[in-house]
Design a protein around this ligand. Structure first.
Ligand SMILES: Nc1ncnc2c1ncn2[C@@H]1O[C@H](COP(=O)(O)OP(=O)(O)O)[C@@H](O)[C@H]1O
Ligand SMILES: [Mg+2]
Length: 319
């Protein structure tokens, strides 16, 4: 496990953004700086963290953790579906095939928790067009994973829940592609849950983005990262569930809870500035997920991420 001193030492060197206009047209998302030219995108995963659709600041080593975990998982699932990955010129950078993204995100859940639990309790879980079983308890496992899609909002807007019926009625996705995408999502999630479990973690839920490239359905963006997924520690799950106490979380939920509990912030108004302590705390959780899932020690050096990326891109002929 990486010492806290190293995480503190990295605080001034985190990557907020990288301006490399020579790489192509920039789409700056909440987390990634995406440079696109022709049929490829150079996706730079920065250290930005967002919650409730606000960019809050940076987390030491976050971009590298997300990018390396995505590459790790793509390798693990490559027999299930093609992915957009072409090259990894730097631990925080993926060169990918440009796809026409489906206008919906495929959220798949193995447990009822978070916003779905709140909606279910309030009797408002109807937006997905699913008839939920009665009497579920917080953090309870579903018998079978459930897909709760959401719209993919434009920059600055919020994603909204949508039902399969609406997706098809509005012709956002054709029935054939929808059938294939949801089947792929179920298989990816089953693979993810199985691997996570073998490493002492529960993959609780996750979000997939898919698109069409060269006429084929491909998995794009990131997969099974602690930004796009919930991870709980498996050990003690039953006990905590029986007692009705919160699960041990190793994902972005930690920063949402900090915002809510310490600052009463849940997306409205101006978000509070992140303290160094919370930035280091989240880094520690993300690195723990990385180390558990990959079985590798996270041993990145303290130093400027921007300079390292520029060096690697130049060495590999991208910039
Ligand atoms: N292969 C791809 N082709 C086209 N778009 C992609 C591909 N992979 C990821 N994207 C898009 O690139 C963006 C990645 O940057 P990110 O910071 O995650 O943005 P966002 O704030 O929209 O989530 C996302 O909008 C994602 O949908
Ligand atoms: Mg994203």
């Amino acid at each position: 496990m990486i010492p806290d001193e190293k995480l503190h030492a990295q605080l001034p060197h985190t990557l907020r953004q990288l301006d490399l206009p020579g790489l192509g047209d920039l789409y700056r998302g909440k987390v990634r700086d995406n440079y696109s030219r022709g049929d490829r995108i150079v996706m730079i995963t920065t250290d930005r963290v967002s919650a409730f659709d606000h960019v809050l600041g940076t987390i030491p080593f976050k971009g590298e953790v997300l990018s390396r975990l995505t590459a790790f998982w793509f390798e693990k699932v490559k027999d299930i579906a093609p992915t957009h990955l072409v090259d990894v010129p730097d631990p925080s950078v993926m060169v990918v095939k440009k796809a026409k993204a489906l206008p919906v995100e495929i959220v798949i859940r193995g447990y009822i928790t978070g916003s779905l639990w709140r909606d279910y309790q309030a009797g408002k879980a109807g937006a997905y067009g699913i008839s939920w079983p009665a009497g579920l308890r917080k953090d309870q496992a579903f018998e079978k994973a459930i897909i709760t899609p959401s719209t993919k909002a434009e920059y600055g807007k919020h994603d909204e829940p949508i039902s399969e019926q609406e997706i098809l009625a509005q012709e956002l996705v054709t029935p054939e592609i929808w059938r294939e995408a949801t089947a792929v999502a179920h298989r990816l999630f089953a693979r993810g849950q199985e691997w996570a479990r073998s490493r002492g973690l529960i993959l609780v839920d996750t979000k997939y983005e898919m698109g069409i490239a060269e006429g084929k359905l491909v998995v794009i963006d990131e997969i099974h990262t602690p930004d796009s997924s919930r991870y709980w520690v498996a050990d003690g799950y039953q006990d905590r569930f029986a007692k009705g106490v919160d699960q041990e979380m190793l994902d972005k939920e930690n920063i949402r809870q900090w915002l809510i509990k310490e600052h009463g912030f849940s997306g409205h108004g101006k978000p509070p500035p992140l303290t160094d302590e919370v930035r280091v705390m989240l880094a520690r959780k993300y690195i723990e997920v990385f180390e558990r899932l990959t079985g590798r020690t996270f041993a990145s050096e303290v130093g400027s991420v921007a300079e390292r990326i520029q060096r690697n891109l130049a060495a590999k002929g991208y910039a």
